[in-house]
Write a protein that binds this ligand. Structure first.
Ligand SMILES: Nc1ncnc2c1ncn2[C@@H]1O[C@H](COP(=O)(O)OP(=O)(O)OP(=O)(O)O)[C@@H](O)[C@H]1O
Length: 400
């Protein structure tokens, strides 16, 4: 138990770093945090019983397999089991357990607890019944009957609810949390189509008095903000950018990183296409043909507008999540005009330090190192990263 306690102490560090002046109140807070953590510690045999010896696999992510289970009190759970021997998984486990333990919001997946048993690491979440958004939104209707149920009203509600979840993470927790990997695959839907933001393996705390954190870049290509992808500058506005991409995916039904250019346009990616149609006042043409009947056109226009505002190249030009939640209630004509979004391959006008990319093994991700000067373009980054990719055996799955 002492070893487990040591691990728990390490896990709660993120919640105590803000109060490390050593006074009595802070010590009491730390003790409360440890007690709260221990309350969340599951016995291994409880999870073996709950999952009937890990017999029903729900899926498999970068972290390892996820199993369905039911606790003695009747709660259905999803149990994520760390792939044994994975250092990356070990870090993600610590990160997810520590950050998510202090979080409770109806649009953020609830972490019931975790289990440390020898080398085994498990995370226990509420079970979310309706799969991840990407599996429904990007499925072919014949393969996925639920796709036909994902009508405009549902998509709109999902955008609003994810915005609320992100607002909570950025402003409603003791220290703001940046998710870093907002994408359709990390939004789980419950049986009433209520979205839950999931997968906090890469999330970071964001100190209030900082404008950004410099960090290794890890995320999913197509959803990562320019300043973060190129320079490792992380702020809540990186999540805002990713959210904007998800909004445009929900409107169009197109996956950002496998966008197929349509006949008659030279747009090479989703953002460029959305921008082009927006400028030409042809917003309706970008709407997923499956949901065109019964559209609320004003809502659609507002959402496209928000998607473009969120994906502006300059973080300062992007609204924060509080403002975004308000923007959803506005008429499109009352919203500020977006300019061209931060599109890969286009010039990024900040005065950044160009970082060369080396690959992080976790998923479609880059980690930054080194620096240079001058303004740079995504295409420069793309070629830098492409050579990193060529010279790295860890680079599977990166698309630029
Ligand atoms: N709380 C949950 N309830 C129900 N199913 C879940 C839950 N969490 C995960 N799953 C299922 O397990 C699968 C794997 O999830 P996981 O979060 O490990 O990986 P991922 O997000 O799909 O991939 P990656 O880790 O590479 O980003 C998901 O696609 C989903 O189907």
């Amino acid at each position: 138990m002492t070893k487990t306690r040591d691990i728990l102490r390490k896990l709660i560090n993120p919640f105590t770093t803000r109060h490390d002046s050593g006074n009595k109140v802070n010590k009491e807070e730390s003790i409360e945090a440890i007690v709260e953590f221990e309350r969340k510690a599951f016995r291994y045999d409880t999870l073996v019983t709950a999952t009937r010896n890990f017999s029903e696999k729900l899926g498999e992510g970068g972290f390892g397999p996820v199993f369905k289970g039911q606790l003695e009190d009747g709660r259905e759970v999803a149990v994520k089991r760390l792939a044994v021997g994975s250092r990356q998984g070990e870090n993600q486990f610590a990160n997810e357990a520590s950050l998510l333990s202090g979080v409770q919001h109806k649009n953020v997946v609830h972490l019931y607890g975790f289990c440390i048993n020898g080398a085994d690491r498990l995370l226990v979440y509420e079970y979310v019944a309706n799969e991840s958004l990407d599996k429904i939104l990007f499925a072919c209707s014949n393969d996925c009957p639920k796709r036909a149920e994902l009508n405009w009203q549902r998509r709109y509600s999902i955008m609003l609810a994810v915005a609320k979840g992100l607002l909570y993470l950025h402003e409603g927790t003791q220290t703001p949390i940046i998710h870093r990997d907002i994408k359709a695959a990390n939004i789980l839907l419950d049986q009433r189509w209520v979205p839950k933001i999931a997968d906090f393996g890469m999330a970071r705390l964001f100190p209030e008095d900082e404008s950004h954190v410099n960090t290794r870049v890890a995320g999913t290509n197509g959803y990562m903000a320019p300043e973060y992808l190129m320079h490792g500058w992380l702020s809540p506005k990186a999540d805002v950018y990713s959210f904007g991409v998800v909004v445009l995916e929900l409107v169009t039904g197109c996956r950002c990183h496998s966008f197929v250019p349509l006949p008659g346009t030279d747009a090479k990616n989703l953002l460029e296409w959305a921008w082009m149609l927006y400028k030409e006042r042809r917003v309706l043409e970008m709407v997923d043909p499956k949901i065109r009947p019964n559209l609320d056109l004003a809502q659609v226009s507002t959402c496209v507008h928000i998607g473009l505002l969120c994906t502006q190249a300059e973080p300062k030009q992007r609204p924060d999540m509080r403002r975004i939640s308000i923007l959803f209630t506005k008429q499109p004509s009352t919203l500020e005009e977006p300019s061209r979004p931060g599109i890969p391959g286009r010039r990024y006008t900040s005065r950044p330090h160009l970082t060369s990319g080396t690959l992080d093994s976790s998923r479609n991700s880059l980690s930054s190192s080194g620096s240079g000067t001058g303004s740079s373009s995504y295409s420069t980054l793309a070629s830098t990263s492409a050579s990193a990719l060529a010279s790295s055996s860890k680079g599977k799955g990166l698309q630029l």
